[in-house]
Design a protein. Sequence first.
Length: 281
Amino acid sequence: MKTIRTVQAMAAWSAAHHREGVTIGLVPTMGALHAGHRALIRVARLSCDAVVVSLFVNPAQFGPKEDFARYPRKPKADATLCRKEGVDVLFAPHVDEIYPDGFQTTVSVPRLARRWEGEQRPGHFDGVATVVTKLLTLVRPAAAFFGQKDFQQAALITRLAEDLNLGARVIVYPTVREADGLALSSRNVFLTPVQRRAAPALFQALKAGRAAILAGGRSGAAIQQVMRKVVGKESLAGIDYLAVCDPDTLEPLKHIRDCAVLLGAIRIGRIRLIDNLLVKC
Ligand code: PAF
């Protein structure tokens, strides 16, 4: 496995491989890799000739009061996992490589970023959209792989790749979960044992919402109430949002017709958990 740290070397590697007709799969990450990332790497390996994993804790997507400084960083373990999974390139640039002096461009996907995570974390999606645009432009992958856990992020990246003709297929892979349903996330390491036991409340709420839809429920407000009731039983959990949305526009649904995405974010202590379920009826 080759580790690349500069934008120039990454672009050169990509150009050389394009010339040889190699299809590149990109798995963008912020490191602290877990089984969810491993699943993305494996699917990239299966569908592309060469796999690039980017490892960059992107300061632009963290608000001033968020956890950029204490975001988990495990560069050695990440490199070991990537090597073991047959990754060809680990692209781990320094922040000055991505945002050199004078950098001032922002990519925005305003309608998809307006609600939910975008409302809770102002500026977050501009940071995501900007860095992902840079990564797709540099690496020029045939396909880029993202987890469904960040449903809104995946929707927004799918849109921007199409809007900006970036030439990469955006593949969204199902969420990988612990045995009790908790969606894998690099931030889960911050949960204390007591908080960890409370954390599945979010997935339980989403499942209750899904069950209510599959039982014939069609009112968005009623399904939202079902989900709120489940989280409400967990005294450690506070609700940021629990929503019933159109999976394409992410706008709230008053009436569910043929499908919906249930989006949720809760807080347990200082930790935010997000998750979602796509429901077809
Ligand atoms: O999902 C993530 O880890 C990040 O938001 C991403 C897509 C790597 C952009 O920094």
